[in-house]
Design a protein around this ligand. Structure first.
Ligand code: HEC
Ligand code: HEC
Ligand code: HEC
Ligand code: HEC
Ligand code: HEC
Length: 198
C-alpha cells in the first residue's frame, strides 16, 4: 500500500521519536527524582530508630552518637556497640511482655555480628567540599541544617542540598555568634567558588 521509501521514513521517524522519548524521560526522572537533593526525603531504615525517643525524650547528646562531627568532614553514624551500651540492659517490651520488633531486630543484628546498613538521608554531590567540623567550630547549630531532629520519629532531610541553599546562608549577614561577626565582615561565610569547589 505504501512505497518502500515512505515505509523507511516512517521507521526513521518512529526511531527518532522513541529515542527522544527515552532520553527525555530519563533526564526528567534524573532531575525530578525525589532522592536527589530534595527536602523531605525520608528513606526507609533497617531498624526503626527514633531520634524523638533518643535525642528528644531521653535527651542523649548528638555527639554521643555522631562522635566525629566536631573532628572532621563526616559526622558518622554510630555502630551497634554504641547502641548496646544501653540496650544490653534496656530492652523495651510490648503489652504481652515480648521484646518489641525494633528491639528484636537490633539484638538479631548484634548477635549475628551483622552491621546495620542505614540508608543515607543527606548526601551532597561528590564534587563539593563540605566539612562538618568547620561549621560546628563556627557555632552553626545542627538544627540550622538538619531541622528539629529531636522531634523526628523517622529521620528526614530538612533542606534540599543544592548550591543555592549553601549560598543563601553564606551570604546572610553574620549572627553575633559567627566568627565573621567578630571579624567585622558583611556575610556569614565565603562565597568564592573555590571555597566549595576545590
Ligand atoms: C542514640 C544515638 C543517636 C543520637 C543521640 C542521635 N543520633 Fe542521629 N542518627 C543515629 C542513627 C543510628 C542514625 C541512622 C539512622 C537514621 O537515619 O535514623 C542517625 C542519623 C542522623 C542523621 C541523618 C544521617 C544521614 O544519613 O544523612 C542526622 C542528620 C542526625 N542523625 C542528626 C542528629 C542530631 C542533630 C542529633 C542530636 C539532636 C542526633 N542525630 C542524635 C543515632 C543517633
Ligand atoms: C543512652 C542509652 C541509649 C542508647 C545509646 C541507645 N538507646 Fe535505644 N532506647 C533507649 C531507651 C531508654 C529506650 C526506651 C524508650 C522508651 O521505651 O520510652 C530506647 C528505645 C529504643 C528502641 C525502641 C524499642 C521499641 O520498639 O519501643 C529502638 C529500636 C532503639 N532504642 C534502638 C537503638 C539503636 C539502633 C541505638 C544505637 C544507634 C540506640 N537505640 C541507642 C536508650 C538508648
Ligand atoms: C552547615 C550545615 C550543617 C550543620 C551545621 C550540620 N550538618 Fe550534618 N550534614 C550536613 C550536610 C550538607 C550533610 C551531607 C554531607 C555529605 O554528603 O557529605 C550532613 C550529613 C550528616 C550526617 C550523615 C553522615 C555524614 O557525615 O555524611 C550526620 C549523622 C549529620 N550530618 C549529623 C549532624 C550533627 C549531629 C550536627 C550537629 C552537631 C550536624 N550534622 C550539623 C550539613 C550540616
Ligand atoms: C546555616 C548556615 C550555613 C549553611 C546552610 C552552610 N554553611 Fe558553610 N559555613 C557557614 C559558616 C557560618 C561558616 C564559617 C565561616 C567561618 O569560619 O568564619 C561556613 C564555612 C564553610 C566552609 C569553609 C570556608 C572557608 O574556606 O573558610 C565551607 C567549605 C563551607 N562552609 C561549605 C558549605 C557547603 C558546601 C554548604 C552546603 C552543602 C554549606 N557550607 C552550608 C554557614 C553555613
Ligand atoms: C557554599 C558552597 C558553594 C559555593 C561557594 C559555590 N558552590 Fe557550586 N555547588 C555547591 C553545591 C552544594 C553544589 C551541588 C548542587 C546539587 O547537587 O544540586 C554545587 C554545584 C555546582 C555546579 C553544578 C551545577 C549545579 O548547579 O548543580 C556548578 C557548575 C557550580 N556549582 C559552579 C559554581 C561556581 C561557578 C561558583 C562560584 C561563583 C560556585 N559554584 C560556588 C556549593 C557551592
Amino acid at each position: 500500500m505504501f512505497t518502500k521509501q515512505f515505509d523507511r521514513r516512517v521507521y526513521v521517524a518512529m526511531t527518532v521519536f522513541c529515542a527522544s522519548l527515552i532520553i527525555g524521560t530519563s533526564f526528567g526522572v534524573y532531575i525530578l527524582w525525589p532522592s536527589r537533593r530534595e527536602a523531605g526525603y525520608m528513606p526507609s531504615q533497617p531498624i526503626p530508630f527514633s531520634h524523638k525517643v533518643h535525642a528528644g525524650d531521653l535527651a542523649i547528646s548528638c555527639i554521643y552518637c555522631h562522635s566525629e562531627v566536631e573532628k572532621g568532614p563526616h559526622a558518622t553514624v554510630p555502630n551497634l556497640s554504641t547502641c548496646m551500651n544501653c540496650h544490653e540492659h534496656v530492652q523495651p517490651v510490648d503489652e504481652n511482655g515480648d521484646r518489641t520488633e525494633g528491639m528484636e531486630l537490633l539484638l538479631r543484628h548484634w548477635t549475628d555480628k551483622e552491621s546495620v546498613l542505614w540508608n543515607k538521608v543527606n548526601d551532597v554531590a561528590d564534587f563539593v567540599y563540605f566539612d562538618h567540623s568547620r561549621h560546628i567550630h563556627a557555632g552553626v547549630d545542627c538544627t540550622e541544617c538538619h531541622g528539629k531532629v529531636e522531634d523526628m520519629e523517622h529521620m528526614q532531610r530538612a533542606f534540599g542540598l543544592k548550591m543555592s541553599w549553601c549560598l543563601d546562608c553564606h551570604t546572610d549577614p553574620p549572627k553575633e555568634s559567627d566568627p565573621a561577626f567578630a571579624r567585622g565582615e558583611s556575610r556569614r561565610a565565603p562565597i568564592h567558588c573555590s571555597a566549595c569547589h576545590r
